[in-house]
Design a protein around this ligand. Structure first.
Ligand SMILES: Cc1cc2nc3c(=O)[nH]c(=O)nc-3n(C[C@H](O)[C@H](O)[C@H](O)COP(=O)(O)O)c2cc1C
Length: 182
């Protein structure tokens, strides 16, 4: 797949099954995460890979956090199984570093680019993925359980695997609705 085809056809897949990324595919995904714009060259990133039984551990963290932060009963019930929706999850974190020229938002943007680069690298290798957030990206209890600081940002959970269904998504938006000239 060439780069333009990747950019114009990339899509998310919510239904993901095994196999997850192979060792070789994961190596490419990891490198893509680090090849993103980074103001000041400060590399404000941290990535946590969750696969196999560790997904149950993450489910436990989600559930305990939902209880601690008094989420709705439904959320508390379901949340334990959320990480089982894919064979692998990569948690992408903006690991904030105080810097005179690089504000918090720019570090978060850079980590967001990393997450997206990983999704693209997965897609280009025939895998599927989806960027998810929800309550668990904002939760202080989740941050604490992952040994993050409050000022760090979980920019998202990248669920990765093999698409369970092949359904190509058409382009939804019209270019002229979003672009204009000054
Ligand atoms: C920051 C961010 C957070 C998102 N969080 C979720 C989420 O929690 N759950 C979800 O189903 N989709 C979420 N999405 C949307 C999906 O990642 C995806 O973009 C959407 O399903 C559209 O599919 P497409 O990428 O094929 O156009 C999020 C997207 C972004 C950019």
């Amino acid at each position: 797949m060439n780069a333009i085809e990747l950019l114009l056809t990339r899509q998310s897949d919510a239904k993901l099954v095994a196999p997850g990324p192979s060792e070789e595919q994961l190596a490419v995904i990891k490198q893509a995460a680090l090849r993103v714009p980074d103001h000041g060259g400060i590399a404000p990133w941290q990535f946590i890979i969750v696969e196999g039984d560790a997904r149950h551990k993450l489910g436990e963290i989600f559930q305990q956090s939902a209880i601690a932060e008094q989420q709705a009963e439904k959320m508390i019930e379901r949340t334990k199984d959320h990480p089982l929706r894919a064979p692998m999850i990569i948690i992408a974190i903006a690991k904030y570093q105080a810097h005179p020229k690089v504000p918090h938002i720019e570090q978060v943007q850079s980590a967001g680019c990393s997450l997206f680069a990983m999704q693209q690298a997965a897609f280009a290798q025939g895998l599927g993925g989806i960027w998810r957030t929800g309550f668990f990206a904002q939760s202080s209890a989740v941050k604490k359980a992952l040994k993050l600081d409050e000022v760090d940002e979980i920019v998202g959970y990248l669920y990765l695997g093999t698409p369970a269904v092949e359904c190509k998504k058409p382009t939804r938006h019209k270019v002229d609705d979003y672009f204009s000239y000054l």
